[in-house]
Design a protein around this ligand. Structure first.
Ligand code: PAF
Length: 289
């Protein structure tokens, strides 16, 4: 497995693979890789001959008071995990390679509607930064297929719309969230949790499952379910950021007739922000019952 740091090297290596008619897969990451990322690489290897994993902590998607400086950077360990997973090429550029004049002066991509609400309420510039860097990675790698985790549900919706709207010729694959045995979604930010916080962290997914069970049982009082969930999270020591029951495609508030619903949630545990989601296919309500 090779690692390249510049666009020039990346293009030279990919030209050879393309000349051999190989199908190219991309797994964009910010490094600090865990089992969730490795599952994305496996998924990409099922769909492509050659897999490029990018490792780049993208400054444009971090807000002023967020964890850009402290975000874990573990390139050596990431390379070891990627090699073991059968990944072909690592693209680990410096920030100056991606933003030569700095992120503030760079062209930005805005994806309307799905970028609004939910995570964007506390992270207003986040999805613009994600959409921009992902577009750049698509242009740099020109992959046939790219794999993203479903854990970042809103991010995946933003990327799908971006690809549709800009006619970017890449197939987007969403990969199922990998969870610890107690239900906590794997995330690079889990390393910030103290031992006590780690024990409480699965509460988020538990409350989402309980809400999901109420929806499956026919409860359509969405605002009441959301409010009760926030109260339970708060009572168990988490600071809910949002807990929203939405239409799975539009990410707009769920309506009683919707059958494809997703619970989107984020909560702080100390200073660590956990996010998660749960999608449900419900039976249509029978208006005559
Ligand atoms: O999901 C992530 O790790 C990042 O948002 C991504 C897609 C790699 C863009 O920086």
């Amino acid at each position: 497995m090779r690692t390249v740091h510049t666009l020039k090297e990346l293009r030279a290596v990919l030209k050879v693979y393309r000349g051999q008619g190989k199908r190219i897969g991309l797994v964009p990451t910010m490094g600090s890789l865990h089992e969730g990322h490795i599952s994305l690489v496996h998924k990409a290897l099922e769909a492509a001959d050659v897999v490029v994993t990018s490792v780049f902590v993208n400054p444009m998607q971090f807000g002023a008071n967020e964890d850009l400086d402290n975000y874990p950077r573990t390139l050596q360990a990431d390379q070891d995990r990627l090699r073991a997973a059968g990944n072909t090429l690592v693209f680990a550029p410096a920030a100056s390679e991606i933003y030569p004049e700095g992120p503030e002066c760079h062209t930005r991509i805005t994806v309307p509607e799905v970028s609004e609400g939910h995570c964007a309420v506390t992270r207003p510039d986040h999805f613009g930064g994600v959409a921009t860097v992902v577009t750049m990675l698509f242009n740099m790698v020109q992959p046939d297929v790219a794999v993203f985790g479903e854990k970042d549900y809103q991010q995946l919706a933003v990327i799908r719309k971006l690809v549709r709207d800009l006619f970017i010729p890449v197939e987007i694959i969403g990969a199922t969230t990998v969870r610890a045995t107690d239900g906590l979604a794997r995330s690079s930010r889990n390393v910030y949790l103290s031992d006590g916080e780690r024990l409480r962290a699965p509460t988020l997914y538990r409350v989402m499952r309980e809400t999901g069970a109420a929806l499956v049982a026919g409860n359509r009082n969405f605002s009441h379910l959301e409010q009760s969930a926030r109260e339970v999270l708060f009572a168990e020591g988490l600071q809910p950021d949002y807990f929203n029951i939405v239409n799975s495609s539009t990410l707009k508030p769920a309506q009683p007739g919707d059958t494809e619903l997703t619970i989107l949630a984020a909560a702080f545990l100390g200073s660590t922000r956990l996010i998660d989601n749960l999608s449900l296919s419900l039976k249509p309500l029978n208006p005559h019952s």
